[in-house]
Design a protein around this ligand. Structure first.
Ligand code: ADP
Ligand code: MG
Length: 357
């Protein structure tokens, strides 16, 4: 189980992640969903021990990622947003290197490599240079390195970005398979993606959590997008009276539909749109007023996402002043790099993500 408590990350006076708390249970596929810049990668980098937090805790099966990084990191496989691949190596050479960096040796290493190559279907390209592989295959290599050591948790940052539609389908299938044996957390800014793969979705906007629920419950959560529309032969006053008595109807707009008839869009905040339809139907029938049309529209996850992320924390200033003497992100990244094993340092280049295996 992963416990994230009051996680906050500041870059100078900008707060990228603000007071994020959630728990990840074993054996499910979770999605971090949020627009670009929401704080997904920052959160994942902290959860995997690649970046320090300004405040808060992350515990992986009881191990604190900051205080017991070795034990905690062993339980996680991570595919960063920029996969740390070495173009002039083959997948097999690269996997051997990563496996060794994770402490695997000899037969155990060979068996692990064989297993992840099979899982990610890399067999055919094992000896080709990574630079010659398609983006889809490179992503498989990135996932394969995350799987080495058979960690219980696999964290994948935007695993399908830049892939073509066929590759996306293949990688999604692979992620679903991984979800049978691992806890998987993936990030995405694409709704349909998390909807297609994830059992639970954490929506994050401007560094804060706006929702954490099953995809089907999220649709119920964002009620403002639920609407009921009708066309009735009635006066504005009567319509206002009828809707005023329906608690779930929070707002409505009228426009002329035809001679003597009005089209009304009603915003529903609580309850099911179909219940509101029933109330409207009964109210008009009791007053002997003709209802010419009556339809309801439920919010889908797309609506939830757009509405939640656009309106979340509107008008609030996310910035928090930094105390004097607080470390800059660059300082922290450098500290992280120093902690890495010697063999790994040999290849660490400019990208911070490369320090994150
Ligand atoms: P996401 O992965 O959801 O697109 P990120 O976690 O990468 O978002 O970024 C969250 C916010 O933090 C963004 O506004 C981004 O510009 C900012 N940010 C990320 N890394 C740094 C950094 N090293 N220095 C300053 N700001 C950063
Ligand atoms: Mg990102």
């Amino acid at each position: 189980m992963i416990i994230v408590e009051h996680l906050t990350k500041r870059y100078g006076d900008f707060t990228a992640v603000s007071d994020l708390s959630f728990q990840i249970e074993e054996g499910h596929v979770y999605g971090f969903l949020g627009p670009n810049g929401a704080g997904k990668s920052t959160t994942m980098n902290i959860m995997t021990g690649c970046l320090s937090a300004t405040m808060g805790h992350v515990r992986i099966n009881g191990y604190d990622i900051f205080e017991e990084p070795d034990q905690a990191k062993r339980l996680i496989g991570y595919l960063p947003e920029q996969p740390p691949l070495y173009m002039n190596e083959t997948p097999l050479e690269y996997l051997k290197f990563v496996g060794e960096a994770k402490g695997l040796r000899g037969r155990k290493l060979a068996a692990q490599i064989a297993s992840v190559v099979e899982q990610t279907k890399l067999g055919e390209v094992g000896n080709r240079l990574i630079s010659k592989l398609s983006k889809g295959y490179r992503q498989r290599v990135g996932i394969a390195q995350a799987l080495l050591g058979n960690p219980g948790v696999i964290i994948l940052d935007e695993p399908t970005v830049g892939l073509d539609p066929l590759q996306i389908i293949e990688i999604r299938d692979l992620i679903r398979q991984l979800g049978r044996e691992h806890t998987v957390i993936l990030s995405s800014h694409i709704l349909s993606e998390v909807q297609a793969i994830c059992e639970k979705v954490l929506i994050i906007a401007k560094g804060r959590m706006v929702a954490f629920d099953k995809p089907e419950n999220l649709e119920k959560l964002l009620v403002p997008s639920n609407t009921v529309s009708f066309v009735a032969e009635a006066e504005k006053k009567e319509i206002d009276e009828i809707l005023g008595e329906i608690e779930a109807a929070v707002d409505w707009q009228l426009k002329k539909a035809g001679e003597g008839s009005v089209h009304v869009d009603v915003k529903i905040e609580f309850g099911e749109p179909t219940d509101v339809c029933r109330s409207i139907f009964t109210a008009f029938a009791e007053r002997k007023k003709a209802l010419l049309e009556l339809t309801s529209k439920k919010a889908n996850l797309e609506d939830v996402f757009i509405e939640l992320t656009e309106t979340a924390f509107a008008g609030e200033a996310p910035a928090v002043n930094v105390e004097e003497g607080e470390k800059t992100p660059e300082d922290e990244m450098e500290e992280n790099g120093i902690k890495e094993s010697e063999i790994h340092e040999r290849k660490i280049q400019e990208s911070p993500a490369k320090k994150c295996q």
